[in-house]
Ligand binder design. Structure first.
Ligand code: PEP
Length: 254
């Protein structure tokens, strides 16, 4: 199976309703008929319903930035997987480094969130990535390997087929620093080999692995030219119509 590249925009805690509408409308207009790449917009919860409406008759899919793993009940302020499905979400980001860092999400919590997302029919984008000091200590593969093994613990092959992985080195997120395409490629290959070890070669070959960390119009092409980079999770550059469209559009190979 060919892996269709997937570009997702993570808007984080940005955009009021009017700005969100303008951004999504501009993207929908600019990407009419886009077929080469799967495109996902992940606005804040407050704009999901409206952005879902704007994307309705377009190839663009809706994603959420987070979910809670319980199905329902007394969890003030939380949102369940089925509530996201009701809003039209197809994807959900799980275990973003900002969730791990500021909200104390552990690999165990992330594992529960993955299961909840998959059983509700959502496609999770599982984020993994090392911090700067971990890379400096030469531990990046150990860290990412641990996050993957623990995040995927007990998840069957059938369930794991729905997961997209995003490799996001924490030192590259929002910093303007990007991993060298060859370094990112090395980590993507490592992740694919680990998937082969945990599951099998078919699943490893079919799983899409996005790169994330200061992806911009001027570095996307060299990243996408690497054989194991199957797309991007984009923060800052997804907040403007032109830069996001430029990142999505397929260009002549380098
Ligand atoms: C992200 O938050 O997933 C991200 C990669 O952000 P940025 O593109 O701004 O570095």
């Amino acid at each position: 199976m060919m892996r269709k590249p997937i570009i997702a925009g993570n808007w984080k805690m940005n955009k009021g309703m009017k700005e969100a509408e303008e951004l999504a409308s501009g993207i929908v207009e600019g990407l009419q008929g886009e077929e080469e790449r799967e495109v996902v917009l992940c606005p804040p919860f407050t704009a999901l319903q409206r952005i879902g409406e704007i994307c309705l008759d377009s190839p663009i899919l809706l994603g959420a930035q987070n979910l809670f793993y319980e199905a329902k009940g007394a969890y003030t302020g939380e949102i369940s997987a089925s509530q996201l499905v009701d809003l039209g979400c197809r994807y959900v980001i799980v275990g973003h480094s900002e969730r791990r860092q500021y909200f104390g999400e552990t690999d165990q919590v992330i594992n529960k969130k993955l299961r909840a997302a998959i059983s509700a029919g959502l496609f999770p984008i599982l984020c993994v990535g090392e911090k700067e000091e971990e890379r400096e200590a030469g531990k990046e593969k150990e860290i990412v390997g641990h996050q993957l093994r623990e995040g995927l613990r007990g998840i069957s092959e059938e369930e794991a087929k729905d997961i997209v992985i995003a490799y996001e080195p924490v030192w590259a997120i929002g910093t303007g620093k990007t991993a060298l395409p060859s370094d990112a490629q090395g980590m993507h290959l490592f992740i694919r080999e680990l998937l082969r070890e945990i599951y099998n070669s078919r699943l490893a070959q079919d799983t899409r692995i996005q790169y994330g960390g200061s992806v911009k119009p001027d570095n996307i092409d060299e990243l996408m030219a690497e054989p194991d980079i199957d797309g991007a999770l984009v923060g800052g550059a997804s907040l403007e119509v032109d830069s996001f469209i430029r990142i999505v559009k397929l260009r002549t190979p380098l």
